[in-house]
Write a protein that binds this ligand. Structure first.
Ligand SMILES: *[C@@H]1O[C@H](CO)[C@@H](O)[C@H](O)[C@H]1NC(C)=O
Ligand SMILES: *[C@@H]1O[C@H](CO)[C@@H](O)[C@H](O)[C@H]1NC(C)=O
Length: 218
């Protein structure tokens, strides 16, 4: 049974690969852009809800791999030859699902940021639903490049088995900054404005006048 599903999966991914070959840098399907733009609209208010409503320097404990930044993406692209955006996009969904869950977990029922975060999570799930619907056949878990598979395994670790050294303490605002910046980078087709081609994956794009929001490299 396992054998069967593995070979079906392999076959499926081979097919997917063949279909994808000519458009390896495939454009993000338009149906994906609508929920992502909605998500971006929400994220636009992150300073108010993730900074002003929290005590100064308030941090949340997250897994090291959940600190998923532009530099993380750029590093992975260098490390893994021919890394497809699709794989990074899947990872993005996986990571931010965990991030949102952790933020919601620290918010008491009546916290002023609670409705905002709940809405954000709803919109995120909408986007995820579309993404999964579009890509059910292309990629299977066992196709992941080793580096990515390792990250995946870390993210699914039982929390009480994660060694102390793998936890990071990060402000909620910083987590959502990463969430937003990496979304614009990985789904840049949806956000390219007609005026100028923006390099959303360039770290410097976000540095302008935002020094005080930056978190130390981890
Ligand atoms: C994200 O949403 C905000 C608020 O709606 C908008 O001002 C901004 O231009 C959007 N960003 C991109 C890259 O489209
Ligand atoms: C918050 O963190 C900054 C930078 O680490 C530090 O300079 C500042 O004193 C902290 N503020 C409070 C209220 O703890």
């Amino acid at each position: 049974m396992v054998q069967l599903s593995t070979s079906v999966c392999l076959l499926g991914s081979l097919f997917g690969l063949l279909l994808l070959m000519p458009v390896l840098k495939a454009l993000t399907p338009a149906s994906m852009c609508t929920p992502l733009k909605t998500l971006n609209d929400s994220l636009h208010h992150r300073r108010r809800y993730m900074k002003h409503n929290f005590p100064i320097n308030y941090t949340i404990r997250v897994h090291q791999k959940e600190v998923f930044k532009l530099s993380t993406i750029n590093r992975m692209r260098l490390q893994v030859e021919g890394l497809e955006d699709l794989i990074l996009q899947r990872l993005w969904f996986r990571v931010n699902q965990g991030v949102l869950k952790k933020i919601i977990r620290v918010l008491p029922e009546r916290h002023p940021s609670r409705p905002y975060t709940a809405e954000l999570e709803r919109r995120f799930r909408d986007a995820e639903g579309v993404f999964v619907g579009l890509h059910t056949t292309e990629v299977c878990d066992d196709d992941l490049p080793e580096t990515i598979a390792e990250i995946w395994d870390h993210l699914t670790e039982e929390p009480n088995r994660v060694p102390e050294s793998r936890w990071r303490f990060v402000t909620p605002k910083s987590l959502l900054d990463n969430f937003c910046h990496t979304m614009l980078c990985l789904f840049s087709d949806c956000f390219d404005s007609t005026e100028a081609h923006q390099d959303y994956c360039g770290v410097s794009h976000w540095r302008k006048g935002r020094k005080k929001d930056l978190q130390p490299e981890s």
